[in-house]
Structures are given as structure tokens and as C-alpha cells.
Write a protein of this length. Structure first.
Length: 506
């Protein structure tokens, strides 16, 4: 196995062959597909829509639009930084270049934390829905069997990730066709049935659903926006694959923005169709029915799909499975980059000589996700659910950090043109402020004992898990900082603003 470190990647400031990854593999379409897959759009919308409506009522479409805004602003920051320094370490590299080693290391840690937490949760969905698909509800409701099945799926998807992004790209194409096909079909069927009056509780479309003046309370609105931020997370996977992308300075940014545009159109369109058909009642198919909140689509499956209801189950499983595979990509490449610049042990920089993938980092991330998932499941399934909620803290942290890094890194160029002022300054700054507010507000809300499903040490379990994971990063960083091999990084020698990009131009 090959280990790529700063010593053999550069020589006297000259760019050589990068980190050993398979360059020029992905185009715009492939990168966009992977970005979409990471968000698990079908599962994410199904699991979120009901709770958003409980929080804000009919203004759910407005929430999906508003939640998209900081994501777009953050994507501009990613795009600008990637043009300057296309490195698979993304937030870790850019944060270090802008603010120094400590900020960069914690940014890289936040990316890894979010990935591990999400892999555990989408792995569980994959395992459970596999048994729903084969028609064995008894196994689907047996936690032990679900855990074993989910571990197998996580291991399988980790193995596919080791074989190369090209194989994963082809698989994701098929999975995305199934997933998006089912999601769009669900929306069309919901709209048709709403218009033909098959459900007496159906409601007519109303433009007031987009009217901010109709919002009931600010706290409910913020709770809904924080929920909606989750369903957009994952588009940055495009940027983590920049070193394996054709035209690495431009393609990843375009793919990220394309992913967000597709998501906003699909989320708003399908949510409107479902709202029109199901209505807002708390009984039957109503979207505020407590029995429907965890998975709105499954509740409506039979009435909309009839005997083809199995296809929706397949699509939900596919949505979770594809997210499991793509989520490991940025975490593995992030730790690869950290090792190259000596922010982690050199073993994490190992690249498979044949497949040109970060095999060791991928293996570690897969094992970490499995261990995290099994431990959480054994302790409490409620704790596993709270860990998914708390994951939003890590996401908001590294998106905000990247946004601020863009402003600070390019501060000397902001006055050179109107484009630079907006794309490198104002919009990323606004995105960073919004995401920082989301982080702070989320942490405050999670502190309450009635926020999630668990209580730990007398406060909300989601707060303990989310903040605890970030604090653990500082502890691990402190331990590594005392190791001799880490000194070049923490002294700002192996990675700083002037460090050359380890990605050759085409």
C-alpha cells in the first residue's frame, strides 16, 4: 500500500502527482449524482416533512426555501475556496489556511463526526427496510436482526467505496434513478389524487403557504428551519471528491450548486403535492397525525401506489443505502488529507495502489460507524435517534467555519471586483452568520430535557451527544499535538496559506 505524505507529494514547492487518488474520474453529472445521493432525498423528506408541518403548519414549503439560503451561500464559499485550493480535505485545509491549525483540525473532525453519525442512522434504515421489502415485518421489528443486517450493509458499502469512485458512481446512477423516480412519482400521484377528491381531507393549493406573515411563532419557525437544514446536508461530498474530478477547480462547485437546485425544486414540489392530498389534520392521513410523523410517505404508500407499494419501500431502502455509500467518501478523504499534512498518523494517508482509494481511512470510518451504531443501538434506540438530531451541530459548525474561512482567506481581494465582494465576501459571510446562529440556537434547544428522546446528566441527550462529540475532537487533537510527528502541522509548517496545492491542473 502506498502512503502519500507531504514529503513525497511536493518537492521544493513544486506540484507533483497529488495524493495518489484516481484523477479525472468524475464529470459534472457523476459529481451531482453523488452529491444528491449523500442527502438521501427520499428518506430525508419522508422523515422530516411531518415534523416541519407540526412546527409551522402550512408554511412548510416556505421553510424548505429559507433553509436552502444558508446552504447556497455556503456553497458559494466552497466553490470559491475550491477554485483556489482544490483539496479533498476541504474544510480542514481551507480552515487551516485561513485561521490556523487548531481551527482546521476541528473543522476536519466535525466532517468526520457528521459522517459517522449519519452512516449509523442511514445504515439502520437500510437494514430495517430490507426486511420490509422482503415482507418479513417480524424481522423488521426485531432490533437484533436489524442491527446485524445494518452492519452488513455498512460493511458492504464501505467495501464498494474502497473499490473506487467510478464503480460507486455507476451504482449511484442506478440507485438515484430508482430513488428520484419514486419521489417524483409519489408527488405526481399525490397531486392527482388531491385534485380528483379521493381524500375528503385534501386541501387546495394556497400561495399563502409561502407567506412569512402567516408564520405562527419565531421559535416554531426556527425549529422547522433547523430540521430542514438536515435534509440539504450532503451536497459537499462533491467537493471532497475534487481530486478525482475532471477539471477539479470548477466541476465540484458546479455540481454542488446543481445538487442544491435539484433538491429545492424536488422538496418544495413534492411537499406541496403531499400537503394538498393529505391535509393538515391529526387523524387518518393528516400530516399532523402523531402516528404519521416518523415516515409520512410509508403511511400514504398503499393509498397512492396500491399493489406497487413495494416500490416505495425499495426506494426508501435505496435512498438510505446510497447515502451510506456516499457519506463515507468525504470522511475518508478528509482524514486522508489530514494525514498527508501530518494532522493525523501517516497510516491514514495510505492509498490502494490498484484502486487508488484511501483504503485505510475508508476502513477506519466504516468500522467507526459500525461500532458507533452497535453501541448506540445496544444502549438505546432513542439515543441513536438523538444522535441524528445532534449531528446538525457538527454540520452547522463546519459549514459556518468554511464560510468564514472564505471571507478571511480572500479578504485582500474583496475590493477588486463586485463579483469578489459578493461571492467571496458578503454572501459567504451571511451564510456563516446564519449557520452560526443555527448552531447556537440548536445547542440551546437541545439543552432542554424535553427536546429529544433521551436525558443524560440532567440535560437533553441530543446536547450531550452533539457537543460531547465536538469536545472529544479537542481532546484527541490535544493528544495528537504532543506526538513528534504532529509538530510540523501544529507549527504551521506542513500546511499554511502558502502551501502549494497537491492537485495538478489538467
Amino acid at each position: 500500500m502506498t502512503k502519500y505524505t507531504l514529503d513525497n507529494a511536493t518537492d521544493a514547492g513544486h506540484i507533483h502527482t497529488g495524493k495518489g487518488l484516481n484523477q479525472g474520474t468524475l464529470g459534472v453529472v457523476g459529481s451531482t449524482i453523488i452529491g444528491l445521493s449523500s442527502t438521501a432525498p427520499l428518506y430525508s423528506l419522508a422523515a422530516t416533512l411531518g415534523y416541519v408541518i407540526v412546527a409551522v403548519g402550512a408554511q412548510a414549503p416556505l421553510v424548505f426555501v429559507v433553509a436552502c439560503i444558508p446552504m447556497v451561500f455556503a456553497a458559494f464559499a466552497y466553490q470559491e475556496l475550491n477554485r483556489e485550493a482544490p483539496d479533498c480535505g476541504t474544510t480542514f485545509v481551507w480552515g487551516t489556511k485561513a485561521f490556523g491549525p487548531v481551527t482546521g483540525w476541528i473543522g476536519g473532525w466535525a466532517v468526520a463526526v457528521a459522517g459517522v453519525m449519519v452512516m449509523a442512522n442511514v445504515g439502520e434504515i437500510t437494514g430495517r427496510y430490507f426486511w420490509y421489502l422482503v415482507g418479513n415485518n417480524e424481522f423488521a421489528n426485531d432490533q437484533t436482526i436489524v442491527v446485524i443486517t445494518s452492519v452488513v450493509f455498512i460493511a458492504l458499502m464501505s467495501g464498494i467505496s474502497m473499490l473506487g469512485v467510478q464503480i460507486g458512481d455507476r451504482m449511484q446512477m442506478v440507485l438515484m434513478v430508482i430513488q428520484m423516480g419514486a419521489l417524483l412519482l409519489f408527488g405526481v400521484l399525490a397531486l392527482v389524487n388531491a385534485l380528483n377528491g379521493s381524500n375528503p381531507d385534501s386541501v387546495a393549493f394556497d400561495w399563502n403557504w409561502f407567506n412569512p406573515a402567516e408564520l405562527g411563532s419565531w421559535s416554531g419557525f426556527m425549529q422547522a428551519v433547523l430540521l430542514a437544514l438536515f435534509i440539504y446536508w450532503g451536497w459537499d461530498t462533491c467537493l471532497a471528491l475534487n481530486e478525482e474530478t475532471k477539471n477539479p477547480r470548477k466541476t465540484p462547485g458546479r455540481a454542488a450548486l446543481s445538487s442544491i437546485v435539484v433538491l429545492i425544486v424536488v422538496y418544495v414540489g413534492v411537499s406541496i403535492a403531499v400537503m394538498m392530498f393529505a391535509g393538515f389534520g391529526d387523524t387518518g392521513y393528516g400530516l399532523t397525525n402523531a402516528a404519521n410523523l416518523d415516515d409520512v410517505f410509508t403511511v400514504l404508500r398503499d393509498v397512492l401506489f396500491g399493489p406497487w407499494g413495494w416500490f416505495l419501500i425499495l426506494a426508501v431502502m435505496v435512498s438510505a443505502a446510497s447515502s451510506t455509500q456516499t457519506t463515507i467518501l468525504p470522511t475518508a478523504r478528509g482524514t486522508l488529507s489530514m494525514a498527508v499534512y501530518r494532522a493525523l498518523p501517516a497510516k491514514f494517508a495510505s492509498v490502494h495502489p490498484k484502486f487508488k482509494t484511501p483504503w485505510f481511512s475508508t476502513l477506519v470510518m466504516g468500522i467507526a460507524s459500525i461500532v458507533y451504531y452497535v453501541v448506540m443501538s445496544l444502549v438505546s434506540t432513542d439515543m441513536l435517534a438523538d444522535s441524528l438530531t445532534s449531528m446538525g451541530l457538527a454540520v452547522a459548525l463546519y459549514y459556518a467555519l468554511t464560510s468564514f474561512a472564505c471571507v478571511w482567506y480572500f479578504r485582500s481581494t474583496l475590493r477588486s471586483s463586485a463579483r469578489n465582494l459578493w461571492m467571496r465576501g458578503i454572501l459567504p459571510l451571511l451564510g456563516g452568520i446564519m449557520l452560526t446562529y443555527a448552531f447556537i440556537q440548536s445547542a440551546i434547544d437541545m439543552w432542554a430535557t424535553d427536546y429529544g428522546n433521551t436525558v443524560l446528566f440532567g440535560i437533553g441527550g441530543a446536547f450531550v451527544i452533539g457537543v460531547g462529540a465536538i469536545v472529544l475532537g479537542f481532546v484527541l487533537m490535544g493528544i495528537w499535538a504532543f506526538q513528534p510527528n504532529s509538530r510540523p502541522f501544529f507549527r504551521g509548517e506542513s500546511l499554511n496559506r502558502d502551501t502549494p496545492v497537491l492537485v495538478p491542473d489538467e
